[in-house]
Write a protein that binds this ligand. Structure first.
Ligand SMILES: Cc1ncc(COP(=O)(O)O)c(C=O)c1O
Length: 375
């Protein structure tokens, strides 16, 4: 039977407790949200939703074509200019998602004969970028600049280090300064995915590369998503103008993809302007993360010290994590549940989002529910 093997796979997933299913949420969910990536609580901010509505009214429901044909509006150019300026880079290129931005950056910057050094904890979109690129990939130990140095020494010719700045599963940070030093010894470039850093880390949320003094360097390229702290949708690559021009000419997920929907560009731009005006939102997200972590560890949970706004709590097993998350939900609390194959080390976790708009009472309530429902 065609696709018969799917049933066997589904059965082994069920036996391992790894079945995934969609759960559409209502517009007015009663759950306290510690599961989304809406780190600054901006996705429903009136200025952000009005930015989306105004853009749709002005430019239409879709971009109408790929960026090189009809899909580049003045709004896209405005967003690119303001993103680059905010994060401290010469230029930016907006794509339809952070995923597409990572595929674009890695494939365009790792040609045939080059070496890609990739952190073992990287996000799936960077891993897929490595798989699609013509260069050869060496996966190195997690957050280990010495391993990067060793890998780079094995290769003569163009090389690039590819790493998340804040890792999406545990919320820990890459040692950016030490990585940059290792790369510069060999003339290698850095491609850094700041999906979880933008809006949370650095001066007023300018991101982890900005905080590490790497923004605007001619050997540093950064990718971001517009879907987390900016509460919108889409992605971008930031870097030197010559790198961005190169991407416009060769990056397939840019060239062969319809431009970002105007509503998404408009809401991202509104969120960015809000963040500029209210930089304290970034610091508040970090404070909430530290507070959550301190209370969880004081209550005896094993939680990784957060670097940005992700707080990860160990669960005993994939089934235990699923049950724990379900019981939290039944008690009115939405939390993320990460388990294989989404975790590089096979350890299942609850993943909590430290949103800047959580109150003291909500933090206390969340910690209490997590404690009471622990498997
Ligand atoms: C580290 C990281 N990079 C890239 C992405 C992809 O971004 P997007 O959702 O905009 O495609 C995500 C999550 O979605 C992520 O966590």
């Amino acid at each position: 039977m065609a696709f018969g093997w799917i049933d066997e796979e589904a059965e082994s997933r069920r036996r391992a407790g790894l079945v995934r299913a969609l759960r559409p949420r209502p517009a007015d969910s009663p759950l306290l949200d510690l599961a989304s990536n809406d780190y600054l609580g901006l996705s429903r901010h009136p200025e952000v939703t009005e930015g989306a509505a105004r853009a749709a009214r002005t430019w239409g429901g879709g971009a109408t074509g790929s960026r090189l044909v009809t899909g580049s509006t003045e709004l896209h150019a405005e967003l690119e200019g303001e993103l680059a300026d905010f994060c401290g880079f010469e230029a930016a290129l907006v794509l339809s998602s952070g995923y597409a931005a990572n595929l674009a950056a890695v494939t365009a910057l790792a040609p045939h004969g080059s070496l890609i050094v990739s952190d073992a904890g990287n996000h799936a979109s960077l891993i897929d970028g490595c798989r699609l690129a013509r260069g050869e990939t060496q996966v190195v130990g997690h957050a280990d600049p010495e391993a990067v140095r060793k890998a780079l020494r094995t290769h003569d010719g163009p090389a690039v280090l590819v790493s998340d700045t804040v890792f999406s599963v545990d919320g820990d940070a890459a040692p950016l300064a030490a990585h940059a030093e290792a790369c510069r010894e060999r003339g290698a470039g850095l491609v850094l995915d700041d999906a979880h850093g933008l809006g949370v880390l650095g001066d007023g949320g300018r991101g982890a590369p900005h905080a590490a003094g790497l923004a605007g360097a001619d050997d540093v390229v950064v990718t971001v998503t517009l879907s987390k702290s900016l509460g919108s949708q889409g992605g971008a690559v930031l870097g030197p103008a010559r790198v961005i021009d190169h991407l416009v000419n060769v990056a397939r997920t840019f060239i062969f993809d319809t431009g970002l929907a105007p509503a998404a560009a408009g809401s991202a731009l509104a969120a960015l302007r809000l963040l500029r005006r209210e930089p304290e939102r970034a610091a508040r997200a970090r404070t909430v993360a530290r507070e959550l972590h301190a209370r969880l560890t004081a209550a005896g949970h094993e939680a990784v010290r957060p670097h940005a706004a992700v707080v990860s709590v160990r669960a005993p097993s994939p089934e235990g994590a699923v049950r724990w998350a379900a019981e939290c939900r039944a008690a009115g609390l939405a939390v993320g549940c990460f388990r294989p194959p989404s975790v590089p080390d096979g350890i299942s976790r609850l993943r909590l989002t430290a949103r800047a708009d959580l109150s003291e009472g909500q933090i206390e309530h969340a910690v209490r529910v997590i404690g009471e429902t622990r498997p």
